[in-house]
Design a protein around this ligand. Structure first.
Ligand code: OAD
Length: 226
């Protein structure tokens, strides 16, 4: 049996990292057009770099919660295959021991727009940082902005098509292509499960739903599988 899991900001909420669209969420405080688009970066690179410096700093002290640990346990102990896809740019899945495809990148990584090299981002990035490979001052956080193509889409398509069970955890189902994964997996025959604080935008496409805080619901669900 193969389980393909998509996680969103809700899985890291109880680690103290804010979500995007809940009350007090990141996009209620910042204009995403300014800080999370290629156009915003072209207009004011310093503002964008500072925004991700702030987010990287906030995330530095965060620890994985029981949901991250339960997913790592599932990946290690389940007798079938468990593929984890995350929209999150934090590294809490890895800190808990999971391997995850970061479709929206990671704010702990930097990349060069000239030679496409990638490396671990320093805690504080600067607009004129030279690329460690080619020396050009064309560096940016390795995060995917609105209007850009997410990472790993071919691998993800395979994991959706071959899933027996697709599970979405802590995501509102607002941002495509991730919002469309449930329909894609369902169309290819997967059973679908939503684990969230409240029903998401595509609640009717899930066969089953478990509502509640991820730190409680995810370990309980994993216990039923192992
Ligand atoms: P959202 O902020 O849109 O949604 C978070 C979801 O988590 C909501 O459905 C909440 O109900 C749920 N939630 C909150 N606390 C929870 C908890 N303790 N346990 C379980 N669920 C909880 O975040 P995402 O769906 O991840 O992209 O957002 C998707 C993308 O939009 C992000 O990756 C980011 C953002 O703009 C980019 O920056 C490209």
């Amino acid at each position: 049996m193969k389980i393909t899991i998509l996680t969103g900001a809700g899985v890291s909420a109880e680690s103290g990292l804010g979500t995007f669209r809940d009350k007090g969420g990141v996009w209620t405080k910042y204009d995403l057009q300014e800080v999370a688009t290629p156009q915003g970066f072209a207009r004011d690179p310093e503002k964008v770099i500072d925004f991700y410096n702030m987010r990287r700093k906030n995330a530095r002290g965060a620890k994985p919660n029981a949901a991250h640990f339960a997913l790592a346990r599932l990946q290690a102990e389940f007798r079938g295959e468990v593929e984890l896809i995350t929209q999150n740019v934090d590294s809490l899945h890895e800190a808990a021991g999971s391997t995850a495809l970061h479709m929206h990148g990671a704010h702990g990584r930097a990349r060069c727009m000239s030679c496409h090299a990638k490396w671990d981002a320093p805690l504080v990035m600067a607009v004129d940082d030279p690329c460690p490979t080619c020396g050009e001052a064309t560096t940016r956080p390795d995060v995917v902005w609105f209007g850009e193509t997410p990472h790993y889409l071919p691998e993800i398509a395979t994991h959706l098509a071959s899933a027996d069970l697709f599970v979405a955890i802590g995501t509102s189902g607002t941002v495509y292509p991730a919002a469309g994964f449930v329909a894609e997996a369902r169309g290819r025959g997967a059973r679908t499960l939503e684990i969230n604080l409240e029903p998401s935008n595509f609640a009717d496409l899930f066969d089953d739903v478990i509502l509640g805080p991820a730190s409680e619901t995810v370990p309980q669900w994993v216990d039923t599988l192992l």
